[in-house]
Design a protein around this ligand. Sequence first.
Ligand code: HEM
Ligand code: HEM
Length: 232
Amino acid sequence: MDARPHAEYFQVYVWELPLRFFHWINAGCVFVLGVTGLLIGSPLPWEGAAAEASSRYLFGSVRFIHFAFGYIFLVNFLARIYWGFAGNDFARWKSFIPNTRIKRREILQVLCLDIFLICKLPVLSIGTNALAGIIYLGMYLVILFQILTGFALYSIMSPAWFPRLFAGLIPLFGGLSSLRQWHHLFTWVFVAFTTMHIYLSWYHDYLEGRGTISSMIGGWKFIEKSSFPHVR
Ligand code: HEM
Ligand code: HEM
């Protein structure tokens, strides 16, 4: 039987329900928008196969799903911005900023742990560690960028008033074609982030034994009693 001696733990409620909802709705949207977006960029030749394109409307449905999830993505993002001011300490915007010396040292510790596997545990932060915090903040900016460019593209194909608000961004990006290319390019930032994020969540879960992955489902993490007075 494999067994490792373990410390005594406190259970800490880290991720509140609204944040967990935000996280999984966001992850679902990124998946659907990524798949439908890449299909829009490189359409598969389904339409011509059996019937007239106009009677099947398959590509129209793919685009409809992309636009509908674009709105869900936006509302969910706005809710997260609000929760960054109203939520607990772990959800607040300031938790992403390495504003103390201890946090800046933690960035090096996590880099050393993730890349070279030689630094000491435990990582002091209970919520996101200092390095992950900066990366998440960057991802929120990427999400904002994708929303702005997406709605600017949508402004030329929708009669609704809301997307039209973004039409002014088209000349700023040097026209529609380069705007589409930026929107496409940033899709790969999501692919790269999600791949690393899933790996690192699993890796820290395994290494720290604090229940990192299940914490984004149930909300609770396990923190060693010995390091509790020092953790943030
Ligand atoms: C994670 C977020 C998103 C991803 C990964 C994504 C991805 C993509 C990709 C890869 C394309 C194809 C670009 C090309 O090669 O031509 C595309 C097109 C498009 N996306 Fe997004 N998108 C996202 C969010 C949004 C949002 C929030 C909107 C707002 C409604 C939006 C609206 C559009 C529009 C209007 C097009 C062009 C459709 C067409 O020309 O038929 N996207 N998207
Ligand atoms: C199956 C896919 C995913 C899994 C298993 C997963 C897992 C997790 C876990 C375990 C955490 C907590 C990390 C910690 O305790 O330090 C977390 C946080 C986070 N994840 Fe994911 N994630 C997934 C997909 C995504 C996607 C697609 C995005 C966005 C593109 C994303 C963005 C975030 C952000 C921004 C946080 C920080 C939470 C906050 O305070 O806002 N995740 N994720």
